[in-house]
Design a binder for this molecule. Structure first.
Ligand SMILES: [Zn+2]
Length: 225
């Protein structure tokens, strides 16, 4: 009889969401060359009415390509792996862990313009905790992709829930969408708020209230766009 293959701990933990949804994120299309990307940017400059050969614009396609590498570096990051290292010596700590006001820089997948805001992330540890900066890195790994805010919120919460298996996870994101502030309806002051509550944050009103009170303490200033 064959013995079962040894799964890595992370694979065993991915019980709710397939790994393909959790972080790989790479679309199944061939990545164009840098030269092809720069040619596309020159086309957009001409579409806007510009001459891409004039002095001020000569290096713009290369700069934009480099900026895109930075804006969208999340496609090469695996959020599940970011949470792989956990700590179990927590002396029975079982209260809420909250990281609030995490700067969010993303891009709307409908208009390819910035979404700027902040995220508040909380979980109720079961037997282990994760380094607090890792929560911010998970936010970044998903934010540095083309997104809609609803999906971004759910991806962050689901990944923390699947990997850490805590008693609950809460994610709230408040953000300004430049597709709404600088074009279309032109409403610069409007911010969008999304939330995803799992486990105790969904089932226990007092836990949810405690979390919302914690993030409300300082969240009365408006989001910078
Ligand atoms: Zn948009």
């Amino acid at each position: 009889m064959k013995t079962a293959p040894v799964l890595t701990e992370i694979k065993k933990l991915n019980i709710h969401t397939p790994a393909t949804q959790l972080g790989k994120g790479q679309p199944a299309v061939k990545k164009p060359s840098r030269a092809e990307a720069e040619a596309a940017i020159r086309t957009l400059l001409m579409w806007a009415g510009e001459d891409p050969e004039r002095e001020g614009l000569q290096d713009t396609p290369a700069r934009v390509a480099r900026a895109y590498e930075e804006f969208f570096k999340g496609y090469s990051e695996d959020p599940v792996a970011l949470l792989a290292r956990t700590f179990e010596e927590i002396e029975g700590y079982d209260e809420m862990v909250v990281l609030r006001d995490i700067r969010v820089e993303s891009h709307c997948e409908h208009h390819m313009v910035p979404i700027i805001g902040r995220a508040h992330v909380a979980y109720l540890p079961h037997t282990r905790v994760v380094g607090i900066s890792k929560l911010a890195r998970v936010v970044d790994a998903y934010a540095h992709r083309f997104q809609i805010q609803e999906k971004l919120t759910a991806q962050i919460a689901n990944t923390i829930n699947d990997v850490l298996q805590p008693r609950g996870v809460a994610v709230v994101i408040e953000a300004n969408h430049q597709c709404m502030s600088t074009r279309g309806v032109h409403k610069p002051g409007a911010s969008m708020i999304t939330s995803r509550m799992l486990g105790a944050f969904r089932d226990d009103p007092s836990t949810r209230r405690e979390f919302l009170a914690m993030i409300a303490q300082r969240s009365c200033t408006s989001v910078e766009a």
